[in-house]
Design a protein around this ligand. Structure first.
Ligand code: SF4
Ligand code: SF4
Length: 227
């Protein structure tokens, strides 16, 4: 899932100061799970903004909405209709950066402001803790590393590790919170009876799959019977 952190309240308040009718839109998928931008966070932010602007003696209308996914046209159309029909002056989105871009592309002259900072692709490590697992490199190599990603989970992104700083299974960069991923890979390959494969050094990665100098696209029209 995509993990995000709520932006500071004062920063969001500053974005919308000059607008009167504001719609705060949450997303019901990743940001709901990581407690950054779902319906509950929309309600809290909207209530906080009403109180804060009220204390400042500033009249504003703060409206709320949450859709299942802000990165999919069919879920976003009702928001676009609402913005148009209700004369919304500005939108604050609590979706990840994808949702913010998707709305901004479709909202003409209505500004869209982010209410969260999108940080990484991660999974729940424990209750209330999400840990980075994938960096979207475009050419997955975990077949060679026991299913564990050294790109996203090694602080130095080493394709052949560990580095000299690995100690007691911990990463030297953030020992308190981060396991040395190359220790994890070693242990996993050992459990799988595949330790000998680690002697095959991985070649330098072709990073063009991670950023091809333009906007990466996935074309799968044939699956929709379009081609
Ligand atoms: S190798 Fe690339 S695609 Fe695979 S998990 Fe790591 S970053 Fe993600
Ligand atoms: S200690 Fe392990 S995880 Fe940390 S940078 Fe070195 S190889 Fe990577």
């Amino acid at each position: 899932m995509i993990v995000a952190d709520p932006k500071p309240f004062a920063e969001i308040k500053g974005y919308i100061e000059k607008y009167e009718k504001i719609l705060i839109v949450g997303c019901g998928t990743c940001v709901t799970v990581c407690l950054a931008g779902g319906e509950a966070e929309v309600q809290m932010l909207a209530s906080g903004m009403r109180i804060a602007f009220g204390k400042d003696g500033i009249r504003k209308t703060i409206l709320e909405d949450t859709v299942q996914r802000q990165c999919d046209e069919e879920f976003v159309i009702p928001v676009l209709d609402r913005v148009r029909e209700e004369g919304i002056d500005a939108v604050v989105t609590l979706a990840c950066g994808v949702g913010a871009n998707f709305l901004a592309d479709r909202l003409g002259n209505v500004p869209v402001f982010p209410g969260v900072d999108t940080t990484h692709y991660g999974a729940a490590a424990e209750n209330g803790v999400w840990s980075e697992m994938c960096a979207g490199c475009g050419k997955c190599i975990v077949a060679y590393t026991g299913g564990i990603c050294p790109i996203a989970r090694c602080s130095k992104h080493l394709l052949n590790g560990p580095c000299g700083g690995s100690s007691n299974g911990r990463c030297e960069v953030k020992p308190a919170t981060t396991a040395c991923v190359w220790q994890l890979i070693y242990d996993r390959m050992k459990n799988l009876g595949r330790l000998d494969e680690l002697a095959n050094l991985l070649p330098a990665k072709d990073w063009r799959t991670a950023s091809d100098g333009g906007v990466r696209r996935t074309v799968r029209e044939h699956l929709y019977g379009l081609k």
